[in-house]
Design a protein around this ligand. Structure first.
Ligand code: PLP
Length: 350
């Protein structure tokens, strides 16, 4: 059977008449707006926010389009990529009937979103080298499998997933392949967003929360075919990206040089951290990182975690996660923060 988007869509979404906002119905410029029951007098703060924002965030998408080389019609913006993940479930997965595949250890929201939407999850663990188990994935797919989530670089293991393996799934799976590239700016691997014309079942997620330093604004991106983006837009809340976030994102997107400088510095600091950590007796193994964090296997994850907390340094204890036994996930900080971390780790007696 060929990939057919219409067959994947839930019946209620196929027939959905989306909410039509005042800003959808009149798109031009006018001098008097009395169509949206806003407060025409203003806002009780210095910057006015009394008007509803652009529902489709045209200015922000235009700038993202210029940076990414993907047309605005292939871009969806969500209240964080977490919103895009949730919309995928709501648009494509019938509660209690359909299922999705994840490849743990991986980002936790795929499973939480599946649970919220009452969608079964089939877990096909990564191989010990944190790559895909293609045979088991193929065996897990059934006629109700709608989505496969692949995070690359993967959280929490930090490695990129082999491109050939991802392409094999894209070429053979009739559901949507969701590639979460939240950490792509730190990766040696190429993004998949240039492959949208090649694969009609491809959805790439990226975010302004990581390299772009805007986690507090909550802006995630989904790149996909025009047909898939149209479905996202129908299902999303009308004004899902607020005006302040749109304005500030636009300002940030014009400051790409700063972001590129930070990416370079983060990668430099990552490599420095890796070589220093490698010399510590408490470190058993450092997994190769293509991200802004490192997964480190230690002699005593819980003990080290607590020791660091006492010194005001918080890392992520992943030691209870399958295939991450004994491991801590450490975000690369500023040079000063990294030095504090190393000093504290050196003083841990074990
Ligand atoms: C792999 C991955 N995807 C998505 C997200 C969430 O991104 P956002 O802040 O855009 O919701 C995270 C955040 O930690 C992540 O690690």
């Amino acid at each position: 059977m060929e990939f057919n988007l219409n067959n994947l869509l839930r019946e209620n979404i196929k027939n959905l008449v989306p909410y039509s906002s005042a800003r959808d119905e009149f798109k031009g410029e006018a001098s008097v707006y009395l169509d949206a029951n806003e407060n025409s007098y203003g806002s009780p703060i210095a910057t006015p926010f009394n008007r509803y924002p652009d529902p489709l965030q045209f200015a922000v998408k235009k700038r993202i389009s210029e940076i990414k080389g993907v047309p605005p019609r292939n871009i969806f913006l969500g209240n964080g990529s977490d919103e895009a993940i949730d919309i995928l479930f709501r648009a494509f997965c019938r509660p209690g009937i359909d299922n999705v595949i994840t490849v743990p250890p991986t980002y936790g929201m795929y499973e939480v979103s599946a649970n919220i939407n009452d969608v079964a999850i089939k877990k096909v663990p990564l191989l010990p080298d944190y790559q895909l188990n293609l045979d088991e994935i193929a065996a897990a797919i059934d006629e109700n499998t709608k989505l496969i989530f692949i995070c690359s670089p993967n959280n929490p293991t930090a490695n990129s997933i082999n491109r050939d393996d991802i392409e094999a799934i894209l070429a053979n799976f009739n559901g949507l392949v969701v590639i979460d590239e939240a950490y792509i700016n730190y990766s040696r691997q190429k993004t998949f967003i240039q492959e949208l014309t090649e694969y009609s079942n491809l959805v790439v997620l990226q975010t302004l929360s990581k390299a772009w330093g805007l986690a507090g604004l909550r802006i995630g991106m989904a790149f996909a075919s025009e047909e898939i983006i149209e479905i996202f837009n129908r299902v999303k809340p009308p004004y899902n990206i607020n005006q302040a976030s749109q304005q500030l994102a636009l300002e940030a997107l014009n400051n790409i040089d700063q972001v590129n400088a930070w990416i370079k510095e983060t990668i430099y600091e990552r490599e420095k951290l890796v070589s220093t950590l490698a010399s510590l007796p408490t470190v058993v193994k450092i997994f190769p990182s293509d991200a802004n964090f490192i997964l480190v296997k230690t002699t005593d994850a819980k003990g080290i975690y607590n020791y660091l907390v006492e010194r005001g340094i918080i890392v992520r204890d992943r030691s209870k996660v399958e295939l991450c036994e004994g491991s801590l996930r450490i975000t690369v900080g500023t040079p000063t923060e990294n030095e504090k971390l190393i000093e504290a780790l050196k003083s841990f007696a074990g």
